[in-house]
Design a protein around this ligand. Structure first.
Ligand SMILES: [Zn+2]
Length: 83
């Protein structure tokens, strides 16, 4: 059985508050009583750390890596040059 609670988190990169639904069952899976949740914000990811009362203990913003598509693109161009 899962129970959804709404939390408010602030993303420094967006400069905005977000309301997010959190499945309470993720808290019971944590051994430390603190869980981290990642939210996709397009070109970056907001990670928030919640304790068992769903209080936000901290948050961090991480950039997504975009460079990993270069190699397949170059291979595809080689293919078309050859045929
Ligand atoms: Zn954001």
């Amino acid at each position: 059985m899962s129970e959804l609670k709404t939390i408010r988190v602030f993303c420094k990169r967006c400069g905005e508050w977000y309301e997010e639904s959190v499945d309470m069952s993720v808290l019971s899976q944590s051994h430390t009583g603190v869980v981290s949740l990642a939210f996709d914000h397009g070109d970056h990811v907001l990670t928030v750390f919640l304790d068992s009362d769903l209080s936000v203990r901290g948050e961090s913003v991480a950039d997504k890596v975009k460079d990993d598509n270069h190699e397949p693109t170059r291979k595809a161009l080689d293919y078309f040059d050859r045929y």
